[in-house]
Design a binder for this molecule. Structure first.
Ligand SMILES: *Cc1c(COP(=O)(O)O)cnc(C)c1O
Length: 374
């Protein structure tokens, strides 16, 4: 492979090419229907997503961020409440907690999984704690037995942030079906991705589903009879129709992600300056994320050198949430050393389903060479 070749961190073109006739067919169907918001395509997508996940209800909305807000609000979480979550996540997770008026409380991660460490929950619970918000980061389900145990001990609600884990499983159970609500995103980088923004709240709880349904359309069950201050967070018909084309393929794509992860695992085996991610049943690899062990060259140097060689990588996430400027004042005393260390060491390699094995081999050999530069 020539050194001129630029390798992006993500290539979304595969499914578009493969599904072109179906995607354009769905688009034309919606355009001709003259029904563009919360119509039959959204209703069908909600039914099909609920069927796939195995929940009684699915409420589609505008984004994964809104799914979190709708679920928290429908559970009655608001000002004066605390919600325990992980600091090693996309900002949308604690932002949703803050946006409903509650306080995010950060509990450190398990360094092996990058996910919230449930053994640390008990010590963080206060009389104001109302809910736990675990994130299944990079496609790997959080250790839910521990999360659900803590929730039961303290009488807490559980909202799962499944933005990166559509189709992931934990001991056979679908991510998003173990807590009171599972919140999904269809942002283009996610495992089930739309062609724009989209999200979904999955739940078995009828009242929660109705609450989320009402809040997404300005707090009204009956048009122009608003009962609550809600928001506008509808999924549009076009996104729903396109997501319906992709939903039946997501398991095959997740399988292809696991194969690509195994390939990297083989290509990078024995590289002592890296810690490779664990591969376990149910992990759907939204990202393939390694740690660059401390020492020379450090993670940022490795990232910069890879870019010089034409290889794009990403750091998810360079600043743990408790260290973000927005929480600097309110969370000044918080220390989560494992999350801080992860933020300094993680590097997500170019990764997508069905990526070319030769591309992976080129990424791996270039990475090995750069690590050897010392
Ligand atoms: C993407 C993401 C979100 C937000 O989803 P959007 O659809 O972009 O609003 C929330 N949490 C995590 C962990 C994410 O990766």
């Amino acid at each position: 492979m020539s050194t001129q070749t630029r390798i992006p961190s993500l290539d979304l073109s595969g499914p578009v090419e493969a599904l072109w006739p179906e995607l354009t067919g769905a688009t034309e169907r919606v355009l001709r229907s003259a029904h563009y918001i919360l119509g039959p395509e959204v209703a069908a997508f909600e039914r099909e997503a609920a069927g796939f996940l195995g929940t009684r209800h699915a409420v589609a909305c505008n984004s994964g961020t809104d799914a979190l807000v709708l679920a928290l609000r429908a559970l009655g979480i608001g000002p004066g409440d605390e919600v325990i979550t992980t600091p090693f996540t996309f900002f949308a997770t604690p932002e949703a907690i803050s946006n409903v008026g509650a306080q995010p409380v950060f509990v450190d991660i398990d360094p092996e999984t990058f996910n919230l460490d449930p053994r640390l929950i008990d010590a963080a619970v206060t009389p104001r704690t109302r809910a736990l918000l675990p994130v299944h980061l990079f496609g790997l389900p959080c250790e839910m037995a521990g999360v659900l145990g803590a929730a039961a001990r303290h009488g807490l609600r559980v909202v799962e942030d499944c933005a990166q884990s559509f189709g992931a499983r934990y001991h056979g159970k679908a991510a998003g079906t173990m807590g009171h609500a599972g919140c999904f995103s269809f942002f283009p980088t996610k495992n089930l991705s739309g062609f724009g923004d989209g999200g979904l709240v999955a739940t078995d709880d009828e009242e929660l589903a109705q609450g989320a349904r009402m809040l997404r359309v300005h707090g009204s069950r009956k048009k122009y009879h608003n009962e609550k201050v809600g928001c506008n967070s509808r999924l549009d018909e076009l996104q729903a129709a396109l997501l319906r084309v992709k939903l039946p393929r997501v398991e095959a794509w997740n399988g292809a992600r696991v194969r690509a992860a195994r390939m990297y695992q083989d290509l990078l085996a024995g590289e002592e300056r890296l810690v490779l991610p664990g591969i376990c049943d149910g992990h759907v690899f939204n990202q393939y994320t390694v740690r660059v062990r401390r020492g020379a060259p450090d993670r940022d140097r490795v990232k910069a050198r890879l870019l010089e060689e034409g290889i794009e990588t990403n750091v998810y996430y360079p600043v743990p949430c408790h260290r973000l400027p927005v929480y600097g004042r309110s969370h000044a005393g918080v220390v989560c050393p494992r999350a801080e260390r992860a933020a300094a060491e993680v590097l997500s390699l170019p990764f997508w389903p069905n990526m070319d094995g030769e591309v992976q081999a080129h990424v791996a050999s270039t990475l090995r060479r750069i690590l050897g530069e010392g």
